[in-house]
Design a protein around this ligand. Structure first.
Ligand SMILES: Nc1ncnc2c1ncn2[C@@H]1O[C@H](COP(=O)(O)OP(=O)(O)OP(=O)(O)O)[C@@H](O)[C@H]1O
Ligand SMILES: [Mg+2]
Length: 334
């Protein structure tokens, strides 16, 4: 197997809040290959944005810290490189589409100038050339080039999100982190933005980490999916494995059960019982055990192992601890 483009190893991120330690990310391991797209799915507060911000090294020291772990990218541990080197990587090799597109836009400058500025800062080109390239990136993401002289507030939510995507693409990144890029958009625009993501993967071989609440979006855009719960990846595998498997993590099962289908339309949806734990007071053992319909005694005592079903498909749950191979062999498809 070739070296991954990025590899997160045992990442722990803690925030300090009102005298408490918020355990936002707790031992995340994740590798993304070149050209691969990985979806990160989980409820609000699961640590998805924190994971992406850590890759960009954008956790503000006044708010939080990398308590442990490494993030390897092109031969360097991003948590250890000098600030100047990190600035060069950020926006050059790795860029991020933020949950709120206005975060990355400056209200004072025109959209065309902002995109051109990124190109100019990262490539050895003249300002004129940068402006020309900015227009072609705008067209690539479906913004008419003549709107390059408009300011961010003149754009609709959907177009603004595209500007965010154009900004993130302006430096031609090897890795694109997209944090809920479509949540604020209406369904038609959402479909267009997703189509755009697929096109980028196809045409530019960009690796993608796509954060979303929506399993449907993951199925459409991603090769693999990581299910995140209370700062941990509880299940990881290819879209085919995770969507077909019956040996899923009970949390993932809950997520699937809460998706409306034609069949389930008339019945009530089955949301997961209870609430996600407070990351300042995480439960002992398996973080999901207080909500889990299959919880056993050991689940409240020990952290479950990541059971490997082969092909990189892993589920962190005691249900599958003994004989993952047989369980794997016995798995039925839906
Ligand atoms: N700056 C901060 N200070 C203190 N706690 C924080 C800070 N940022 C995030 N948190 C907490 O860390 C946990 C993880 O937050 P994060 O934003 O990574 O979750 P998320 O999975 O992106 O959620 P969402 O789906 O709502 O965007 C949450 O409990 C959140 O309240
Ligand atoms: Mg978030």
């Amino acid at each position: 197997m070739t070296e991954p483009l990025i590899e997160i190893r045992n990442l722990h991120v803690h925030y300090a809040s009102e005298g408490k330690v918020v355990h936002a990310v707790n031992g995340v391991n994740l590798a993304i290959q070149k050209g691969e797209s990985i979806g990160i799915v989980g409820e609000t507060g699961a640590g998805k944005t924190t994971t992406a911000l850590s890759i960009m090294r954008l956790i503000q020291p006044s708010q939080g810290r990398y308590a442990d772990g490494e993030i390897w990218f092109e031969g360097k541990d991003l948590l250890k490189v000098k600030d100047a080197d990190m600035r060069a990587i950020r926006g050059n090799r790795i860029s991020m589409i933020f949950q709120d597109p206005m975060t990355s836009l400056n209200p004072v400058y025109t959209v065309g100038d902002q995109i051109a500025e990124v190109i100019w800062a990262h490539h050895k080109v003249t300002k004129d050339e940068a402006r020309k390239r900015a227009k072609s990136i705008m067209e690539l993401v479906g913004i008419p080039a003549e709107r390059s002289d408009d300011h961010p507030h003149q754009f609709s939510g959907g177009l603004r999100q595209r500007v965010g995507i154009a900004m993130a693409l302006a430096c031609d990144p090897a890795l694109l982190l997209a944090d809920e890029p479509t949540t604020a958009l209406d369904v038609t625009i959402q479909a267009q933005v997703l189509e755009l993501m697929k096109k980028l993967k196809r045409e530019l071989q960009t690796s993608l980490m796509l954060i979303t609440h929506d399993l449907g979006i993951v199925a459409e855009v991603c090769d693999k999916v990581a299910i995140m719960y209370a700062g941990e990846i509880v299940e990881f595998g290819s879209i085919e494995e995770v969507f077909r498997s019956r040996s899923r993590h009970p949390y993932t099962q809950g997520l699937f059960d809460s998706i409306p289908t034609m069949e389930k339309k008339k019945r009530r949806l089955t949301p997961i019982q209870g609430m996600a734990p407070d990351p300042a007071e995480l439960p002992t053992g398996c973080v999901f055990h207080p909500r889990c319909p299959h919880a056993m005694e050991q689940c409240s005592i020990q952290r479950p192992p990541a059971v490997d079903f082969g092909n990189g498909y892993k589920v962190s749950c005691f249900l599958y601890e003994s004989g993952a191979a047989e369980a794997g062999a016995g798995r039925e498809t839906r």
